[in-house]
Design a protein around this ligand. Structure first.
Ligand code: ADP
Ligand code: MG
Length: 291
């Protein structure tokens, strides 16, 4: 029997650590022996560069714009440990749909049966924060990705973006859309950051897959143009990414989340704001306890 291809999509607010986390996840999965493709869907087109020594690759949209008769092989480049890297790219500035690159590339790969030919185990789509545009919703809506994960810190705007994603997932969940695997809690620092995320997943009936600390090892690795798995394989941070990879490799059970209404989310945030203030003033020691 043919093995089952696992397709995952990673969403989250811009700058929250999607590409960093995804690249380390890909690297850790490849270490475990999986055949991985990382598919960058952000028009920034920088998803895969730490898998390729900081070098950028030509994007699908640019390649198609330059010539006709593009073969999948022209837009797939190998990186660390043989990981297949793709960047969908973006439209020319100011024109067209930024989700176009995803749609074009997925269609091209499907037509040319590339996932089968490369004998992939996992494809990870590194997408974007909001799902308002049809192109970016595509991995969810069309059921291309089976499992969706969101990267979020404890910052409100990041939680807000995740809550919006949950709304998108709920909307398509009855028509064969992808379901939520969970939240990857990134840039964890002081204890309250974990408590805020824990409370948010409880409120939305979701779960945290892994807590990833904010770490200087990540910064150092990025400056060297590499993932932490490659640049600092013996570090504690690399172990965290390996733990995330193990959980995701074994993950099967995704669910429909219960997003909060905008006003309810605002109220929820306000309560945490009050508690953090009281904590700072020394009135409470642990913010989570009373909420
Ligand atoms: P996104 O893909 O969501 O836009 P990036 O992955 O490009 O975000 O990350 C943005 C910045 O945050 C990068 O400079 C990256 O090194 C940094 N970063 C992400 N996660 C961590 C972490 N856990 N510790 C330290 N820095 C991080
Ligand atoms: Mg990115």
């Amino acid at each position: 029997m043919a093995k089952k291809l696992k397709q995952l999509a990673i969403y989250g607010k811009g700058g929250i650590g999607k590409s960093t986390t995804t690249s380390n996840l890909s690297a850790a999965l490849s270490e475990m022996g999986y055949r991985v493709m990382q598919f960058g869907c952000d028009p920034k087109s920088d998803s895969t560069n730490t898998l390729r020594d900081g070098k950028y690759i030509p994007t699908v949209l640019d390649t198609i714009r330059e010539r006709s008769g593009v073969n999948s092989r022209d837009v797939i480049f190998q990186g660390f440990n043989g990981i297949y890297c793709v960047e969908a790219g973006g439209p020319a500035p100011g024109v067209g749909c930024a989700g176009r690159g995803i749609i074009t590339a997925v269609e091209l790969f499907k037509q040319q049966r590339i996932f089968e030919e490369l004998d992939l185990d996992v494809v990870i789509y590194d997408v974007l924060g909001d799902v308002v545009c049809g192109g970016f919703a595509m991995p969810i809506r069309e059921g291309i990705a089976e499992h969706v994960f969101t990267v979020s810190s404890s910052d409100f705007m990041s939680i807000y973006a995740s809550n919006n994603l949950f709304k998108g997932i709920s909307k398509y969940s009855h028509s064969g859309g992808a379901l939520l695997g969970g939240v990857i809690a990134n840039s964890m620092g002081p204890p309250y950051s974990r408590e805020i995320i824990d409370d948010f997943v409880a409120q939305t009936k979701t779960r945290v897959v892994e807590y990833i600390p904010r770490s200087i090892t990540v910064t150092q690795s990025e400056l060297l143009g590499k993932t932490t798995i490659e640049a600092a394989p013996g570090s504690a941070q690399a172990e965290v990414y390996r733990s995330l990879a193990k959980k995701i490799a074994g993950h099967t059970d995704s669910r429909t989340p219960s997003p909060l209404e905008t006003t309810a989310l605002r109220e929820w945030a306000g309560k945490w704001g009050d508690y953090l203030l009281e904590m700072e003033q020394g009135k409470v020691s642990s913010p989570g306890a009373a909420i």
